[in-house]
Design a protein around this ligand. Structure first.
Ligand SMILES: Nc1ncnc2c1ncn2[C@@H]1O[C@H](COP(=O)(O)OP(=O)(O)OP(=O)(O)O)[C@@H](O)[C@H]1O
Length: 290
């Protein structure tokens, strides 16, 4: 279990805000941090990894104190049992895949583990290759493999899949979920992709200006529980155009563009780029084999 109660002032484009978090994260949780750019998501991961120091508070993991401002405790990053995966892979370009993984090992007698992890991630065939010859999906698999080398208690995933195309993204989502289950790791993911969040997370923190405003399951955090629609689909607003007394909203959902008519009240707070839930009460689906 992670117990975190910290405050850290952040200098943002909108002035100084306080990143203030007081939460417990249980073993086995797959937690996603969701929120606007600059709300403090990456900083929270970096604080847990020991790469940023809070102004005050404490972080305990399984009753081991990693940080306590009052007691002057701040365990360095290399002694915190975390694996970190970034969007840009951060692999050593001049080292082979195998050497990238070996580098992460503290105990050099454990080289056999490299083979085990290569096998689990299905990248044995890449072991002698250098990162520049790998595709984005392969690089990210290597980055996840490297993060697993020290058997982390916590896996910190900072938008790890956002540079990948949707097919590769879904494949790696499945793999991240498999790893999470297999190793019994607490996974903390930063993601802007609502589909991804629903697929992976057991719990979501919605962060706004440094504060966790919502904490719950994906459907509790995103879906309006009062909607009793028979059919629901997540989408993103592409455009909002006025047409006589109505508005036409173009929504991207599962790579399809859907045009929806809306009244003024419905589009009042809607902006292009907003994630939305599209639902219908009277719905008669037609099944077609493809
Ligand atoms: N050590 C620091 N001291 C003060 N301010 C910081 C520090 N680190 C980051 N910030 C500021 O805090 C704000 C939040 O940054 P952070 O990277 O955590 O946001 P984010 O929610 O991850 O955004 P994005 O989705 O764009 O990655 C930014 O405005 C950043 O400049």
């Amino acid at each position: 279990m992670i117990e975190i109660n910290i405050i850290k002032p952040l200098n943002t484009a909108d002035g100084e805000i306080n990143l203030a978090v007081d939460k417990k994260i249980e073993d086995g949780e797959f937690l996603t941090l969701f929120g606007k750019s600059g709300s403090g998501k990456t900083t929270l991961l970096r604080i847990i990894a020991g790469l940023e120091v809070p102004e005050s508070g404490y972080i305990k993991v399984d009753n081991e104190v990693w940080f306590d401002s009052k007691r002057g405790i701040n365990i360095p990053p290399q002694r915190r049992n975390v694996g970190f995966v970034f969007q840009d892979y951060a692999l050593f370009p001049n080292m082979s895949v195998e050497d990238n993984l070996k580098f992460a090992l503290q105990d050099k007698n454990k080289f056999k583990k490299v083979d085990d992890i290569l096998k689990i991630m299905e990248i044995q065939n890449l072991s002698k290759m250098k990162p520049q010859h790998l595709s984005g999906g392969q690089k990210q698999r290597v980055a996840v493999a490297r993060a697993l080398m020290r058997e982390p208690k916590i896996l910190l995933l900072d938008e790890p899949l956002s540079a990948l195309d949707s097919t590769m993204r879904q494949k790696l989502q499945d793999e991240l979920f498999f790893i999470h289950q297999k190793f019994g790791i607490i996974s903390l993911l930063v993601s802007h992709d609502i589909g991804e969040i629903f697929r992976l997370s057991s719990r979501v923190f919605k962060i706004s200006s440094g504060e966790i405003t919502h904490d719950g399951s994906p459907s509790e955090v995103f879906a309006n529980q009062n909607i009793s629609g028979k059919f629901k689909i997540l989408g993103e607003v592409l455009s909002i155009k006025k047409s006589d007394i109505l508005y036409i909203v173009e929504v991207l959902a599962h790579n399809e563009i859907i045009k929806v008519t809306a009244i003024k009240d419905e589009i009042k707070e809607l902006l292009v780029g907003d994630k939305i839930l599209l639902s219908s009460k009277a719905f008669n689906p037609i099944l077609t084999k493809i």
